[in-house]
Design a protein around this ligand. Structure first.
Ligand code: ZN
Length: 288
């Protein structure tokens, strides 16, 4: 579950198909994912109702009716699968476990079974509200948080001088932006990823904030359009994670979608970054 758009897609599906139901069973392949034993977690969460599911960056947080939370974080390459049980009968946990042998995690609710596959590593934490805050205290806000405004966004970067790309990928500033989105956001804002953040003016921050929201929203919508129909029994929600149309990440040597200039690659802290030399000038152009 690598990136925000996919995770947001999962969150919406969970909201549609799982929220409001009670947890009936739980299984994990490796207890190292947990912050307690599986037995203790099962004792605590089975029978609890899922009130809502929240996304913070790439973490999914299940809010339970006893005030506790379940935090799910799975590594890149993993995906979530949801199977609905239309029968009046409860899903048989035995059968479910059988069918989901390869799943790293399976959560059975009243009418649906949620499984995680393909994860090399992951965490599934059973936390009090306070423990969750503690867990997330070093994280910046979610880029799509309703509390975030262009002004607050700019303030997050104050006193953090680095290149633009490094800054927008720093989870202590804003959580959940990976290399691909960092390049596409910088491109959408017309700012070169190598620019130092102290060179940016208010209008640049403003453009950058809106570029971030637009790029992520476009990717979320694209993921939704690409999802498999949800009427079938197996609701496999994996999408290809295709980049938005105006993505330039990884496209060195290809024409810029805006001006046709060839996309360039550069290294920032030894990692490749992609940009259009025409649309993203070396020094930001400011209206005087
Ligand atoms: Zn261009």
């Amino acid at each position: 579950m690598p990136e925000i758009p996919e995770i947001e897609g999962y969150r919406k599906k969970l909201e549609q198909h799982v929220v409001g139901q009670r947890i009936r069973d739980l299984d994990v392949q490796r207890e190292s994912w947990l912050n307690t034993t599986l037995d203790a977690m099962k004792d605590g969460v089975i029978g609890r109702q899922i009130l809502y599911v929240e996304r913070r960056g790439t973490d999914l947080i299940f809010h339970l009716d006893d005030g506790r939370r379940l935090l799910l974080r799975a590594s890149q390459g993993s995906h979530m699968h949801m199977e609905q049980c239309y029968d009046e009968a409860q899903p048989d946990p035995g059968t479910a476990a059988e069918g989901n042998r390869k799943a790293q995690l399976s959560l059975t609710a009243d009418n649906a079974i949620v499984t995680i596959h393909g994860a090399r590593t992951g965490q599934f934490l059973w936390l009090t509200a306070k423990e969750l805050d503690e867990q997330q205290k070093d994280h910046g806000p979610d880029p799509l948080s309703r509390q975030l405004t262009p002004e607050r966004y700019k303030k997050l970067f104050a006193k953090r001088r680095s290149t633009l790309k490094t800054a927008i990928m720093n989870p202590n500033i804003i959580v959940g932006i990976d290399s691909r989105f960092a390049d596409d956001i910088a491109f959408a804002a017309g700012l070169r990823p190598s620019i130092r953040t102290d060179q940016l003016q208010d209008e640049d921050w403003n453009r950058l904030y809106h570029a971030m929201v637009n790029v992520l929203q476009a990717a979320i919508e694209q993921g939704e359009n690409g999802t498999v129909n949800i009427h079938g029994v197996a609701d496999d929600m994996q999408n290809d994670g295709e980049a938005p149309d105006k993505s330039i990440h990884g496209k060195a040597g290809e024409p810029c979608p805006c001006c046709g200039t060839l996309i360039q690659e550069m290294l920032i802290q030894r990692r490749p970054a992609y940009y259009c030399p025409q649309c993203q000038p070396e020094i930001p152009a400011h209206e005087q």
